[in-house]
Design a protein around this ligand. Structure first.
Ligand SMILES: Nc1ncnc2c1ncn2[C@@H]1O[C@H](COP(=O)(O)OP(=O)(O)OP(=O)(O)O)[C@@H](O)[C@H]1O
Ligand SMILES: [Mg+2]
Length: 352
């Protein structure tokens, strides 16, 4: 009798019980950055999605900020892996290690905690990719895992009234993807995810400097140039920056000075692609909701929203009001955190 009772206790039966005692976490597993929000404690992790591994043993040497700093500087026995590509898991094992590390960090390294986790994922990922995210979280010792759509979370995090019948447009420009979505009555009316965002802009800058100046720069320098002098529309005050790299002709270190108009040219294709996606979303939005959007405008989220004058460029090209969310980099995790405490709401928008 007793044995029978014991055999009936599978992990699945135990999960709801475990979750009763567990802490709850909201996770934004981004291509460039991962953020973790712990209930009652706020954002406890906000670090690059990067892991430094020992080439021989496969052991983790560093995660997050520390790993990103090693990028482009690792000795032969180390390599830095960014396990999320364009919003989806490219390296399952490394993602699992990274998640485990961040979850432990969120719980101040108490090992026996099995948290209930809500993870936001991009709208256009496949069932297999969804499964990979869920599995990685379970293997990182989650008691329960729920998936929600990033675009909806960005809208909630930006404070948009997503449950009301009006139409809201949110554009989340991250590192790997730009997600354009129209939301109404807690549902996604239109969504489109394109693989043109921050990383694509960095590559465009690298290619531009290679072509124009025969200068080879590293990934981190390209990002720095974009953040410091990159823009999507003419600036009020011109900016210049000294850039150091390696000459492709002489093979030696070389420094040049570039100005904002050159970087704008380098970024023009990426920016036009994003603007076209917004235009297409507006064309495909049902007319009633379109009218709402023309009143309330477009909200920009994600790190790419901070590209200088991107809001101005979108305003010019669409003729609509455009604003940047209060905390664009943390919008998605803050939105996910909000539903962490509101289970009725969570049930309405859960993917699975
Ligand atoms: N001031 C800035 N100007 C331009 N780009 C910026 C700025 N600050 C951050 N970024 C860019 O934003 C991107 C990171 O944004 P974010 O953290 O929202 O992406 P992510 O959530 O990791 O990616 P994804 O949502 O695509 O998976 C990087 O490409 C970064 O270079
Ligand atoms: Mg993101």
């Amino acid at each position: 009798m007793r044995l029978d009772w014991v055999t009936r206790i599978s992990l699945d039966n135990l999960r709801p019980l475990l979750s009763l005692f567990s802490a709850a976490l909201a996770i934004d597993l981004g291509t460039v950055n991962t953020r973790v929000y712990a209930r009652d404690r706020g954002i406890v992790v906000n670090e690059p999605s990067a892991v430094a591994l020992d080439n021989r043993t496969g052991e983790v040497q560093a995660v997050g900020k520390e790993a990103k700093e090693m990028l482009g500087r690792t000795p032969g026995n180390l390599r830095v892996v960014k396990p999320i590509n364009d919003g989806v898991i490219a390296d399952f094992k490394v993602t699992e290690k990274m998640l485990k590390y961040f979850i432990q960090k969120a719980h101040q390294r108490r090992t026996l905690v099995h948290p209930r986790i809500i993870i936001s994922i991009p709208s256009e990922i496949t069932q297999v990719e969804k499964r990979a995210v869920t599995d990685a979280a379970y293997r990182a010792k989650a008691a329960e895992v729920h998936l929600v759509e990033q675009a909806m979370m960005a809208a909630i995090g930006a404070g948009l009234p997503v449950t009301e019948p009006g139409g809201n447009m949110v554009v989340d420009i991250g590192g790997g993807t730009t997600d354009v979505a129209v939301i109404s009555l807690s549902g996604i009316v239109y969504s489109r995810s394109l693989r043109v965002a921050g990383n694509h802009m960095d590559e465009a800058i690298t290619n531009y400097l290679k072509r124009k100046y025969n200068l080879l720069i590293g990934e981190r320098t390209a990002e720095q140039i974009k953040v410091e002098i990159g823009s999507a529309y003419t600036l009020d005050k011109p900016l210049t920056m000294e850039i150091k790299g390696r000459s492709l002709i002489e093979g030696r270190p070389k420094a040049i000075t570039v100005d904002d108009s050159e970087i704008r040219e380098a970024l023009s294709e990426s920016v036009s692609t994003i603007v076209s996606a917004i235009r297409m979303a507006l064309e495909r939005t049902p007319p009633e909701l379109s009218a709402d959007i023309s009143d309330c405008g477009i909200v920009l989220a994600g790190g790419g929203a901070l590209l200088k004058n991107l809001d101005k460029r979108i305003r010019e090209e669409t003729g609509l009001p455009v604003c940047i969310a209060d905390d664009p980099l943390c919008c998605v995790v803050l939105g996910t955190a909000r539903i962490l405490i509101d289970f009725k709401f969570l049930r309405r928008i859960l993917i699975e």
